[in-house]
Design a protein. Structure first.
Lengths: 194, 235
């Protein structure tokens, strides 16, 4: 079941950025960090583009199709997850719009941006939890070895799952790590002069 | 794959206490192995035995064609073994660059190549070891081990205590090392599912004994084995 390992690996990478995003929001809200819009844009690009371009298509086109065919009782759960995927575009636009307004308006724009960002983070975690706690256990039990072999082959076609076709998302991830202040990343910690 | 490291029926421990019982393994040049087990099962003791820091009681250890048990502990680092201990072992009073160059030996791993692998260390090259964050210290510890130009790199829980963002970044670097460096690597970690995809072989220790020795992929795909030996860490 390599497909499940790939999904878990992608969730871990996404989760790492979501966690760091929450940390940045905390630090800015509490006045320990000045907003770094380059970093915020990079994080938003990662948490929106990677799921949308790499993660969700594999689920929608391969795993969910096999599950619907084999386990009709999983239909409602898959509907909910696919609704989340579809809603993603609206939330992304909202997130980008509130960031743009924050940049233009200054500190007055932070509260709206923070609320939108925290809602996005919470929705992302709920979605990941639903997949890991409900969908994947169902799939693990319900699909046959032959079905898993086909799903694994389709997932493995993209050997390095979260790098992107030309490694662009791996580079983006490294850039984020270098900008996020320690201890979450490798950037200078808030208030550090080193 | 030419043979690099062989352990045959090795027993080892500390003082009179036996920690490792009858361990055998073979690792080829450029090969990679995940060393797994719950806390206190003997993983770090295996590294300590290779480095001469634990008491070797019996059994053969051959490394690069030599009987490693006859190499004094202080000479093992220069015999081709690069150890990155959990404690990271960097000099706080030296700069990043000094930490790297002070251990340098001739070989493919130069300062420039280490900086290419860890661009952050290049940015911080003038900073003292004690001015680094935990993630930077771990990178420096790995960079120091690479500057020794080892044939076998021993990584002892390199992700321990680091934030998820840095863990992901280190995993990428370790994957590059296992795939492209030509150097053999033994990797100790708690999180089996995360590291098994990075290595070709796996060894699981339970109370000092090997309970699994084989392909990483076979172990990764056997949920019952993983759950039985490694419990929640395998999920």
């Amino acid at each position: 079941m390599k497909a499940i390992d790939i999904i878990h690996a992608e969730h871990r990478a996404l989760g790492a950025v979501l966690q760091a995003f929450g940390f940045i929001l905390d630090e800015v809200r509490d006045g320990r960090l000045k907003p770094d819009f380059t970093l915020l844009e990079a994080m938003i690009e990662y948490i929106t583009e990677v799921p949308d371009k790499l993660h969700h298509p594999k689920e929608d086109e391969v795993l969910f199709v096999a599950l619907r065919a084999r386990l009709p009782q999983a239909g409602a759960l898959i509907d909910k997850l696919q609704h989340d995927h579809a809603e993603g575009n609206r939330h992304i636009a909202e997130l980008r719009d509130t960031l743009r307004r924050y940049r233009e308006e200054g500190p007055e724009g932070f509260r709206t941006f923070e609320a939108t960002a925290r809602a996005y983070i919470a929705n992302s975690w709920s979605h990941v939890a639903l997949e890991e706690r409900e969908l994947l256990p169902l799939a693990r039990k319900g699909l046959s070895e032959g079905e898993w072999a086909n799903i694994d082959a389709a997932f493995e076609a993209n050997k390095d799952p979260w790098s992107g076709p030309t490694g662009e998302f791996r580079s983006l991830f490294t850039r984020i790590v270098s900008m996020v202040p320690a201890p979450h990343g490798l950037g200078p910690s808030a208030g550090s002069d080193t | 794959m030419p043979e690099l490291l062989t352990l045959e029926n090795v027993w080892a421990g500390y003082g009179d206490a036996v920690v490792l019982e009858d361990i055998s393994l073979t690792l080829g040049e450029g090969d990679s192995l995940s060393l797994l087990g719950r806390n206190g099962m003997g993983k770090t003791t295996l590294f300590s035995t290779l480095m001469g820091a634990a008491r070797h009681r019996s059994g053969a250890i051959r490394f690069a064609g030599r009987d490693l048990t006859r190499v004094p502990a202080h000479a093992r680092a220069h015999s081709g073994l690069g150890w990155v201990p959990q404690e990271r072992d960097i000099f706080p009073s030296l700069t990043v660059e000094e930490n790297l160059t002070v251990v340098a030996t001739r070989g493919p791993w130069t300062l420039q190549r280490v900086y290419e692998m860890f661009p952050r260390l290049k940015e911080r090259r003038g900073n003292m070891g004690n001015q680094l964050s935990g993630g930077e210290q771990q990178m420096l510890a790995m960079g120091r081990a690479l500057m020794l130009n080892p044939r076998l790199l021993l990584l002892d829980e390199p992700m321990e205590g680091l934030a998820p963002l840095i863990v992901q970044e280190l995993m990428t670097i370790i994957q590059r090392l296992t795939e492209d460096s030509g150097m053999a690597i033994i990797l100790v970690e708690q999180h089996a599912r995360q590291i098994l995809p990075l290595t070709r072989q796996a060894l699981v220790l339970e109370r000092g004994k090997a309970v699994y020795r084989g392909d990483s992929e076979t172990l990764l795909n056997d949920r019952a084995l993983l759950d039985g030996w490694l419990g929640v860490v395998a999920h």
